[in-house]
Design a protein around this ligand. Sequence first.
Ligand code: 4NP
Length: 164
Amino acid sequence: MSNSDLMTPQTSPTSILFVCLGNICRSPLVEAVARQRCAEAGLDVRFASCGTGNWHVGKGADPRMLEAAAEAGYDLSQHRARQVRAGDFLAYDWVLAMDADNLDALLPLRGSQGAPVELFLPWAGISEPVEFPDPYFGDEEGFSEAVALAERAVDGLIARLQSR
Ligand code: 4NP
């Protein structure tokens, strides 16, 4: 290893935390899709998810999300919801929020040394939509649309990680 290697700042993302509101629909879905697809692509990245709210802490994924994800080959059965904590901003390289409300809730928790907090879809190269729609109050179709959007975004995530 040369001196210049030692002085190169570590900027590559190696761990990513996805954040939504309840941690029972969008962020556990994205976590599962990212984990599975990155493993298939041979990328060594650590993924986790949490929510800014505490209503569902300890609960499994929403059954509608579980089913739509399973139909597409993603297993959410082991997921248990948790709330974001201050230590997350030091434990992960990136904290990626599903929508602007959650981004706004995260920023005051971050601290000056914390990981960058950004909106997930633009981070993954998607400009439309900018926010990941919340399927929780909608019908079944919204859950299968969430799976398709998560897959599209994870394609962008993989492209970003592979180009670093
Ligand atoms: P998520 O969806 O943030 O994608 O997990 C929601 C889950 C629960 C609620 C809202 C959104 N809720 O109001 O309980």
